[in-house]
Ligand binder design. Structure first.
Ligand SMILES: O=C(O)[C@@H](CO)OP(=O)(O)O
Length: 342
């Protein structure tokens, strides 16, 4: 009887590409293997197990697929979801890209892929200095060049001197051709994952239009409503609510599990995709988010602890004492860097 109970099917295990195994039973869907690990399906020792079940092995994925631990501060990765939530702590840095050529011209940009200006390059470098003592194990950017330039330029200033490497998992060949074959080199790398879900909100028929001329033509109030309201989309574009549907979903599905396992994450993205994420982190109402404005190239620090996001503002300078006193781990990391580099 006990056996019969044990073998009763209560749900299914599903493999979802690189995002791990999901248990699906009734109305529940739980990720059993965090992203950053991969699952190998094999058979029990002498062929098929007596029960005929396949054996799943969970192993840490190689750097070409996902992430790498920093030996300076390596989080523990065994434990249940609940115990991880309690024990692990991680830093989350959000950064809006530096000034782009269309920010400079005051044009609606949205999903148009415009690079940084010289000032934007300098802002990104300055942002990098501010966060140069904060651990970064993984970087997420949008698919747009202004966010990717910002992340890469900021990392040129990091004292740990790891190499940020863009992951190419778009197809099997790209994955295989970009593989790294040295464990040591992998340890000195930071995986950079580019995701369209973090792109700027799509501005529809406003893309390429001058903001001032649009306000003159449609009225200041209407344009402000398009730019800052939560649920009113610009003509044929995305409202902030629509942008949040993909950006916050991506954050919850792909980024939160990394933080939960103790990885320190940097996200380089855009004014509105980040506004939607901050709305989620800070639990802002649709009214409160209207007045949330992000400057270009200013990093914001959150500490993820016990399942909660604690906003720590923006580090002013790498030598600033306050920021590193926020948590013992940040202080220890900075101290380790000092020891390593002197
Ligand atoms: O043009 C855009 O894509 C965004 C960000 O620059 O503009 P706004 O600040 O008006 O949302």
């Amino acid at each position: 009887m006990a056996n019969a109970m044990l073998h009763q099917t209560v749900g299914t295990l599903q493999l979802h590409g690189s995002s791990g195994i999901h248990f699906q039973g009734g109305n529940n869907s739980v990720r059993l293997v965090p992203k950053g690990f991969k699952v190998e399906v094999g058979f029990c020792k002498r062929g098929i197990c007596s029960s005929g079940e396949k054996k799943f092995s969970v192993i840490q994925a190689s750097a070409s697929q996902t992430s790498v631990f920093d030996p300076v501060l390596s989080p523990s990765n065994n434990g249940t979801h609940e115990s991880l939530k309690k024990s692990n702590e991680a830093a989350l840095i959000l950064i809006r890209h530096g000034e782009s050529l269309w920010n400079e011209k005051n044009l609606f940009t949205g999903c148009v892929d415009v690079p940084l200006t010289k000032k934007g390059v300098e802002e990104a470098i300055e942002a990098g200095k501010r966060i140069s003592n904060i651990p970064v194990d993984m970087i997420f950017t949008s698919a747009l060049i202004r966010a990717q330039m910002t992340a890469m330029l900021a990392m040129t200033q990091h004292r740990r001197k790891k190499v940020p490497i863009i992951m190419h998992n778009e197809n099997e060949q790209a994955r295989v051709w970009s593989q790294i074959h040295s464990e040591d080199t992998i340890k000195q790398s930071i995986p950079v994952i580019a995701a369209w879900q973090l792109n700027e909100r799509m501005y529809g028929e406003l893309q390429g239009l001058n903001k001032q001329e649009t306000a003159d033509r449609f009225g200041k109030e209407k344009v402000h409503e398009w730019r800052r309201s939560y649920d009113i989309p610009p003509p044929n574009g995305e409202s902030l609510e629509m942008c949040a549907e993909r950006a916050v979903a991506y954050f919850k599905d792909e980024i939160e599990p990394q933080l939960l396992s103790g990885k320190n994450v940097m996200i380089a993205a855009h004014g509105n995709s980040l506004r939607s994420i901050i709305m989620y982190l800070d639990k802002l109402t649709s009214q409160e988010v209207i007045s949330l404005e992000l400057s270009t190239g200013i990093p914001m620090l959150y500490i993820f602890k016990e399942g909660k996001f604690i906003r720590r503002g923006s580090p002013i300078a790498p030598t600033e004492a306050g920021v590193y006193a926020y948590t013992r781990k940040l202080a220890q990391y900075r101290q380790k860097l000092d020891e390593m580099l002197h």
